[in-house]
Write a protein that binds this ligand. Structure first.
Ligand code: AMP
Ligand code: FES
Ligand code: ZN
Ligand code: ZN
Length: 306
């Protein structure tokens, strides 16, 4: 009676319809390790001896990623960015600090308010736009800055299969060829930019939550309060409906894109021929006068703050 582990026939703790398999705790962990190992190998994400930085939000995906990288023998330092989103940000930092502290891992913390004079709510108010644009821009900027300053070869993020499939659906619905060309689990380094990789692209949200629960990783369960209504949430629901009817369709959608469509897309309308020069304010490479992050900061710093 009951589900049995595919590997050892002991009682299983999780069923993965997509893999047509059930696993016990140890073999589920082995499955997660194997998926990350395959991701890293397939796209040469991390090479031996490289210095690795992992961007950690305090959520399940990025903490599970940090744990898995460490297990697989890739010692990685963490980077947490304080976005200034009230209690949500403070609690997220607590989760990251506890995780790193318990394992003796190195954690860098960049706080937008302390280090740059503004928060994501300030930026959203100043630009009168959804916060996600300012948030993504700020995160990318800081990932790069910390990677370059610290001599890191590669920045890992916790984007999972569900995240990547939802972004892909959005890009396909709009036939945004430029975004499609840049949607990849491993973006190569360029002058002034570290390599960026997504070693969890083969593992789903449910797998990452199960990993954290089983491995007793205490994570931030709340979603970002500013991201409510984000269109990707609707795409995720749509894909989950498809997945429920036909298990494996999410993975087929994403992996098929990566294997068959991405290679013929070319590099999109890249910045070939666009001359980048250092931002006079922060040094980041930019095609414009001042980089997008410094322009955002100039708008977002509350005018009352002299
Ligand atoms: P999200 O954009 O919130 O879906 O997060 C995607 C990935 O970006 C996470 O898995 C993390 O690797 C990284 N990330 C998100 N928020 C932060 C943060 N505040 N500090 C550091 N990394 C983050
Ligand atoms: Fe960026 Fe919430 S995490 S707006
Ligand atoms: Zn087993
Ligand atoms: Zn700048």
């Amino acid at each position: 009676m009951g589900m049995k582990c595919r590997v050892c026939r002991e009682p299983a703790v999780i069923d993965l319809k997509r893999h047509n398999a059930n696993f016990c705790h140890p073999h589920f962990v082995a499955h997660c390790e194997e998926q990350v190992r395959r991701a890293i190998r397939h796209f040469a994400m991390i090479r031996p001896g490289e210095k690795v930085l992992v961007a950690v939000s305090g959520g399940k995906d990025s903490l599970a990623l940090w744990d898995l990288l460490t297990r697989l023998g890739y010692p990685a330092d963490g980077l947490y960015i304080g976005l200034g989103i009230d209690d949500y940000s403070d609690e997220s930092l607590d989760h990251v600090r506890r995780f790193a502290g318990a394992r003796g891992l190195t954690l860098h913390v960049v706080d937008l308010a302390t280090d740059h004079g503004f928060t994501i709510p300030d930026a959203a108010a100043a630009t009168r736009r959804a916060p996600c644009g300012a948030c993504g821009l700020s995160k990318r900027h800081i990932f790069n800055q910390v990677a370059l300053d610290g001599g890191y070869d590669v920045v890992c993020t916790g984007h999972n299969l569900d995240d990547e499939a939802a972004v892909l659906l959005g890009n396909v619905l709009h036939w945004d060829l430029d975004y499609l060309a840049r949607q990849h689990p491993a973006l190569p380094a360029a002058p002034g930019f570290a390599r960026k990789v997504k070693p969890l692209y083969r593992l789903g949200e449910r797998e990452m939550a199960a990993y954290c629960v089983l491995e007793r990783i205490d994570y931030q369960v709340e979603e970002c309060p500013m991201a409510a209504g984000n269109r990707h949430i609707g795409y995720k629901e749509t894909l989950n409906d498809l997945e429920a009817r036909s298990p494996g369709s999410k993975a087929a959608f994403l992996f098929g894109f990566l294997e068959k469509a991405h290679p013929v897309l070319g590099r999109g309308e890249t910045d070939d021929g666009v001359v980048l020069h250092p931002c006079p304010s922060c040094g980041a490479p930019t095609p414009g006068e001042v980089c997008a992050f410094c322009r955002l900061r100039a708008r977002a710093i509350p005018v009352t703050a002299s």
